[in-house]
Design a protein around this ligand. Structure first.
Ligand code: ADP
Ligand code: MG
Length: 247
């Protein structure tokens, strides 16, 4: 089993405030991993640090044994929906075609074949009929599907998604998770920031439990125990019941 992601002694801070402290873990290829933890735990920061979108104070990150700079085109990132400018005037299909740009090269124009591939990716997420709409006109679930299609269009080895189910309808959520599971089963590595504990046992096979420091990491059934979760959530740890965690 190859190591997909390796993180060693990662430290990140914003203006002197520590957001991540001494985080180390490895993830093998072919896993669907949830990053969980309370608000402000550094979940989004961890994704961004893995992708080199923010600077680290210290630490080393390797993606498939190489630096992220060498692996840039092999990873797809779907940011939190709330951080995307939905007023940007672009159609659904063009948003997806942009996902193929790393393989196109900067100065090449998309060809028919890229358009056909983008269409296929939109079909996969079930919204090909919306291809000529402006992204700002879509519902939350439809927007999230567009960004998943865009990630698929890139044909990466690894997927990073930040809170993909927030503000998303149930059908879109089910479509998205079943595609992520399919990717995992085909050997890809998928990492998802997720704050809702109620479905984690159905969604992920591994969990990273974070609260600035790495609290725990491993098989979902080992992490999702009240005594483990309590270390991260403390008394912010309300809604999950014993029956939910014993799955
Ligand atoms: P999570 O995704 O787990 O809710 P974040 O990674 O977004 O947490 O944030 C971790 C901590 O870092 C929080 O205290 C947050 O306020 C702070 N933080 C995040 N982004 C910035 C930023 N751009 N500037 C300053 N502080 C930030
Ligand atoms: Mg976040």
């Amino acid at each position: 089993m190859n190591i997909a992601i390796s993180v060693k002694e990662l430290y990140v801070s914003y203006f002197g405030n520590e957001a991540l402290k001494n985080v180390s873990f490895t993830i093998n290829e072919g896993n669907l991993v949830g990053i969980i933890g309370p608000n402000g735990a550094g979940k989004s920061t961890l994704l961004k640090a893995l992708l080199n979108l923010i600077s680290k104070d210290k630490g080393e990150v390797q993606i498939l044994g190489k630096s992220i700079k060498e692996m840039r085109t092999k990873v797809a990132y779907v940011p939190q929906r709330s951080n995307i400018d939905w007023d940007f005037p672009i159609t659904v299909i063009d948003t997806v075609i942009l996902g193929t740009y790393p393989s196109l090269g900067i100065f090449k124009r998309p060809k028919k074949v890229d358009k056909a591939w983008a269409y296929e990716c939109l079909e996969k997420v079930g919204i090909a009929e919306l291809r000529n709409r402006q992204i700002g006109e879509l519902s939350g679930g439809q927007q999230q599907r567009v960004f998943l299609a865009r990630a698929l269009a890139q044909k990466p080895e690894m997927y990073f998604l930040d809170e993909p189910f927030v503000g998303v309808d149930v059908t879109s959520e089910e479509t998205i998770i079943s595609i992520l599971k399919e990717l995992r089963d085909s050997g890809k590595t998928v990492v998802v920031v997720h704050h809702d504990l109620s479905k984690v046992t159905h969604y992920f096979n591994q969990l990273i439990l974070l609260n600035k420091e790495l609290i725990d990491y491993g098989a979902v059934e080992d992490v999702i125990k009240p005594e483990v979760l309590g270390k991260a959530y403390g008394n912010q740890f309300p809604s999950i019941t014993a029956t939910e965690v014993s799955v």
